[in-house]
Design a protein around this ligand. Sequence first.
Ligand SMILES: [Zn+2]
Length: 305
Amino acid sequence: MTAPVSSALPVGSTLDARRIQVVLRGRNGAADVHLGTAGAARASVRLTMAERAAIDALVRAVQLLRERVGLAGIDDAGTAVKLILRDSDATANGPWATTGSLAVGTRNALAKDAGSRGRAGILLTVDSAIHELVHVVQFGRMATNAKPNGAILEGIADAAALLATNDDTLGEEFFALGPDGRHQGAIRELGSPRISGMPLGPTIRRYREASAKGAEVHAAGGVVSETFILLRRTLGRDQAEALLWRVIRDATAWRQGGTWATLASALTRAAAAMGGTAPAAMIAALRTTGLDAALPAAAPAAVAA
Ligand SMILES: [Zn+2]
């Protein structure tokens, strides 16, 4: 049965809407209210327009990742992601993810200091939904006692978002368009600058700075997204994205939360498994970002270089 309201969802989204379970966070310690699948939740009169738009953004993210990289649920076994609405931490600080779920707040926290430059009704964008969804996928592959390397998690999530959307500016839709037709802010600019004004945070593109003590994790993740921007140039978007998802699906790379050495090894392993020009393109990209310095000394790929 298809409810009439699902016709408002993006084309081809029936399957994807079932891969999302929506929950309203209970207020003042009250129990969470389960609204069901994305399609059912969207039809609920309890939701605001902004919340329906957030559901649509997540449906689109799930759909894009299914179409482009075959993602079938957060564990590739069909398990749905839980979307928590009206989460107070997300209201204060923006969307976040944990094992199995992704949370958004009641207002646009990312542009809360932007005044009229911020768009109050935007709780989640398609690229930020992909970013958070990738965190859910990562957490699902980690051992319970793992100590995640935040910069690697962030960089992989950003790279997945930019390759899936083919848009190197993250979260510009949280900000209004200016008179020059450009968005007046963004979360991060991973490629060439496109917005007017400043992004919320900087982007580090070299491993030496990214691995320095005290580097902010979202900024430091830039070394990973830069590596994939370079690979997109040499291998094309589809191959670069396929390579990235080999790494995301590589349990060895995540079990302990990831280190720069396990990441660099997983990258060379994925390139070797792909064959063709991928190994040489990977060596060149790692050399440019300096990530080759993280390769274990005896790694065959480093010797072959
Ligand atoms: Zn993140």
